[in-house]
Design a protein around this ligand. Structure first.
Ligand SMILES: NC(=O)C1=CN([C@@H]2O[C@H](COP(=O)(O)OP(=O)(O)OC[C@H]3O[C@@H](n4cnc5c(N)ncnc54)[C@H](O)[C@@H]3O)[C@@H](O)[C@H]2O)C=CC1
Ligand SMILES: O=C(O)[C@H]1O[C@H](OP(=O)(O)OP(=O)(O)OC[C@H]2O[C@@H](n3ccc(=O)[nH]c3=O)[C@H](O)[C@@H]2O)[C@H](O)[C@@H](O)[C@@H]1O
Length: 424
């Protein structure tokens, strides 16, 4: 199958590379020429485990990247994977979606014999695929919806595990305007084993928001229970282990701590709140999910301040800058409000992250970036652990180099005894 992937970011690049690895002919289109050049040189612009090997196997054979849309009309499917970032009011900015749909439409105008399916993989509010993508593609192409099909095929991959998740999905959701379009998308995934669910287009759009909102709710719920547990001197991890053994609950996403970051949970829950409010609903549960998440990281600096009295001019180690382990992505990382608070308290911040320091330097050039955890910890008076990097579990003697061993953990990752959890 010939596939055009529009947008070469986390979702587009991983999806495009994996689809090429499954044997399809794939062209990734991105407006940023530096990204396109890197992909064509087999250098992933983002870090994802396994991605480099796939690019080595496929670029120059059945995977190519381009800034031009010229191959669209020859392909069977175009997958829209551009960003849908939050606007100031929390609603989703759909400008990139509209512009991608217009460019696809212009290309489809040129050769109009071949049946083509436009599928949206980006996370979009219900109504977007039909209300914006379909109308724009049909307007710009001059075609009708008999020879262009439309689908919404949400992506559920996690950063850091993106290749693994794409290749081994729990489910493949295919929302489509008609059976023909849905069957083309199903065929695209025929080599994968996930359960396939065909739905209407708006239901598929809503499945994506609901999945992310539910996972975010599990985390904020665990954090609230964790805060209660801390006040009662109970270990929330022991509690959640017992709770998660009920198969109706499941043990996943019950890790209490500094809260959820990343480019999707905060953005998607806010967009769902905004959608609900547009329809005169008051989504109190979802608003609380965001409220718990906002206050959670600041509890860490509060605890630290209560232990040290003042943070002024004190060396504080921040371990972990990425929003989670195995990624260099710092979007909405819980370490951002923590660094902000430490700067306000005039602390001397010494940060270490195995991958994300360069990205954080662009936001906070004024703090110190260390090459090792030891460099950050040596003579520090306090330490905040912000990311669940597995290698932090191996740290032991390094903590003995601290001036005072006050260690507040926002993730349940350390194995040493002298530590305090944010909510356990
Ligand atoms: N990052 C993730 O783990 C996941 C993201 N999603 C959703 O997928 C969508 C994309 O997310 P990411 O890949 O993280 O975004 P990203 O920001 O990493 O990538 C988007 C890419 O699209 C390109 N682009 C923008 N406008 C374009 C246009 N008109 N034509 C061609 N390229 C264009 C940008 O240059 C950028 O490289 C979002 O809706 C997100 O919510 C869904 C599942 C997982
Ligand atoms: O739509 C998306 O972009 C993606 O969002 C999340 O994936 P991702 O944000 O990459 O990472 P997660 O592993 O879900 O972690 C998100 C945040 O929650 C935190 N988290 C996770 C699990 C947990 O139990 N507790 C907890 O605080 C992590 O530290 C991290 O900050 C979803 O897990 C994916 O299914 C979805 O496709």
């Amino acid at each position: 199958m010939k596939i055009t992937v529009v947008g070469g970011g986390y979702v587009g690049l991983v999806s495009g590379a994996c689809l090429a690895d499954l044997g399809h002919d794939v062209t990734i289109i991105d407006t940023v020429s530096a990204k396109v050049d890197m992909i064509n040189s087999k250098k992933p612009p983002i870090y994802e485990k396994g991605l480099l090997d796939i690019l080595k196997r496929t670029v120059g054979k059945n995977l190519t990247a381009s800034t031009k849309y010229e191959n669209v009309s020859e392909s069977d499917v175009s997958l829209i994977c551009v960003g849908t970032p939050p606007k100031k009011d929390g609603s989703a900015n759909l400008d990139y979606i509209k512009s991608a749909a217009a460019s696809i439409g212009e290309e489809l105008k040129k050769k109009s014999e071949k049946y083509h399916v436009v599928a949206v993989k980006s996370t979009v509010p219900p109504g977007t695929t039909e209300g914006i993508v379909k109308t724009t593609v049909l307007e710009y192409s001059g075609r009708n919806d008999e020879d262009v099909g439309f689908s919404m095929n949400p992506e559920f991959l996690r950063e850091g595990l993106a290749v693994e998740d794409f290749m081994h999905p729990d489910r493949i959701v295919i929302g489509s305007s008609d059976k023909r379009a849905g069957d083309v998308i199903e065929q695209m995934y025929e080599k994968l084993n996930g359960d396939v669910l065909h739905t209407g287009i708006t239901a598929a759009e809503m499945i994506k928001y609901t999945s992310n909102a539910f996972l975010a709710t599990k985390i904020s719920f665990s954090n609230e229970i964790g805060n209660i547990c801390k006040s009662l001197s109970i270990d929330v991890y022991e509690v959640m282990k017992g709770v998660g053994m009920d198969h109706r609950i499941s043990p996943y996403f019950l890790n209490a701590g500094a809260g959820f970051g990343g480019s999707c949970f905060p953005k998607d829950v806010s967009a769902l709140v905004s959608l609900a409010e547009e329809k005169d609903q008051n989504p109190i549960l979802l608003k609380s999910v965001l409220d718990v998440n906002k206050t959670q990281p600041l509890k860490m600096t509060e605890i630290l301040k209560s232990r040290l009295c003042s943070l002024k001019n004190k060396k504080i180690a921040v371990l972990g800058l990425a929003f989670k382990d195995n990624t260099d992505d710092i979007r909405d990382s819980r370490s951002i409000p923590v660094i902000e608070a430490l700067i306000l308290e005039e602390a001397d911040v010494f940060a270490f992250d195995p991958m994300a320091s360069d990205n954080m330097k662009n936001i906070y050039p004024e703090i110190n970036y260390c090459k090792t955890a030891l460099e950050a910890l040596k003579d520090a008076e306090g330490c905040l652990v912000m990311t669940e990097w597995p290698e932090f579990s191996k740290l032991n003697d390094e903590f003995n180099q601290m001036k005072s061993k006050i260690i507040i953990e926002g993730r349940h990752i350390l194995t040493i005894d002298e530590k305090e959890g944010i909510c356990w």
